[in-house]
Design a protein around this ligand. Structure first.
Ligand SMILES: NC(=O)c1ccc[n+]([C@@H]2O[C@H](COP(=O)([O-])OP(=O)(O)OC[C@H]3O[C@@H](n4cnc5c(N)ncnc54)[C@H](OP(=O)(O)O)[C@@H]3O)[C@@H](O)[C@H]2O)c1
Length: 313
């Protein structure tokens, strides 16, 4: 069975704004495409325009408040949760509500590193993703016929060079945890959306499945030399120790700065090589997709900075 009736949570977010257009591009393969609109959330003009454009292209705008089951009713096979870090803790309740409304499959907000690598499972950055995984396992055991997909893509290339992670494309400087030769798994966000839609159409054969997709694995040396080439300027790059990032994390915890705590936790993960996705990868299952290279993705990124506000321009 393929998953052809799809509801997207966070349809206008960083990743959601790529998933929905890709579903629209392949809409002849889908019976229903829904965009979940949490009415308790602010509606900016950009978000409103995006939703209007989706609706014009046949996407159902499903208005909802978080505890209601009704938005999940009416035959959605699968929910893709593309929720931001601060919304992840809402997932377990949304999963339970959706199952009670008949949803058969859930793609949790993962879309990153493999949580089973190293000590990722115990890292603060992944806390809510781990809680969601545990909830999915429990719910699948209670509800035969319900299943879930872990979609892993390492890092979105467009989110790698951002100040939040110690890399500033505006000042061409970086102070990061790691070593120059350390590799990162990168993929453009649009390629991740393409592979995601491919997996929806890949028949289900059990309650749990995991896909791993990369564009390529790149060392920091290659990432910074490519940034230099694309921006035409020298970068100043320094490396700090994992211990320094851990100390920053402890300071952030003491001062109650959750954003800084998450950033430091991510730096530790990145600096210990845990954002590198282990093989095997599933790219070969979908040979029709050809992910963009690093340079091409970075060039496109700097041409449309508005789409990526986290860059800090
Ligand atoms: N691997 C990587 O490099 C990478 C990079 C970025 C993201 N990701 C992953 O991709 C997924 C989506 O991330 P994103 O960057 O697209 O997220 P985002 O843009 O920050 O947020 C996505 C959507 O979540 C909803 N949301 C955000 N904060 C909320 C809150 N406090 N309460 C309720 N809803 C809230 C919003 O939807 P509405 O406005 O529709 O309510 C928002 O549009 C996550 O799993 C994230 O870890 C991975």
């Amino acid at each position: 069975m393929a998953l052809t009736s799809v509801l997207v949570l966070g349809p206008t977010g960083g990743f959601g704004q790529f998933i929905v257009p890709e579903l629209i591009r392949r809409k002849s393969s889908f019976t229903r495409i829904g965009a979940y609109i949490d009415e308790s959330r602010p509606l900016s003009p950009e978000k409103s325009d995006m939703l209007e454009s989706y609706a014009k292209q046949g996407v159902e705008l499903v208005k909802a408040s978080p505890k209601e089951a009704s938005p999940f009713k009416g035959g959605f096979d699968v929910v893709i949760a593309a929720l931001g870090n601060y919304a992840l803790k809402k997932q377990p309740e949304l999963i339970s509500t959706s199952i009670s409304a008949g949803v058969k499959h859930w793609y949790p907000s993962e879309f990153g590193a493999d949580l089973t690598v190293g000590d990722n499972w115990n890292e603060r950055y992944y806390r809510d993703k781990v809680i969601t995984r545990e909830h999915l396992v429990a719910k699948a055991a209670e509800n035969p016929g319900f299943g879930y997909t872990y979609f892993l893509n390492g890092r979105f290339t467009e989110w790698a060079p951002i100040p939040h992670f110690g890399i500033n494309p505006k000042t061409h400087s970086a102070h990061i945890v790691g070593r120059p030769e350390m590799e990162q798994s990168l993929i453009s966000v649009n390629d991740a959306a393409k592979y995601l839609v491919c997996t929806l159409l890949d028949p289900i054969a059990g309650p749990e499945r995991t896909y791993r997709f990369v564009g390529e694995n790149y060392s920091w040396t290659t990432i910074f030399s490519t940034l230099e080439k694309v921006q035409g300027v020298r970068w100043a790059v320094t490396y700090k120790s994992v211990d320094e990032a851990r100390s920053n994390q402890l300071r952030a915890i003491a001062s109650g700065d959750v954003d800084a705590e998450l950033a430091a936790s991510h730096q530790v993960i990145q600096g210990t090589g845990r954002t590198l996705l282990p093989k095997p990868y599933d790219n070969n299952k979908f040979p029709e997709e050809n992910p963009q290279g690093l340079e091409e993705t970075l060039r496109a990124l700097f041409e449309d900075k508005k789409k990526f506000p986290l860059l800090g321009f």
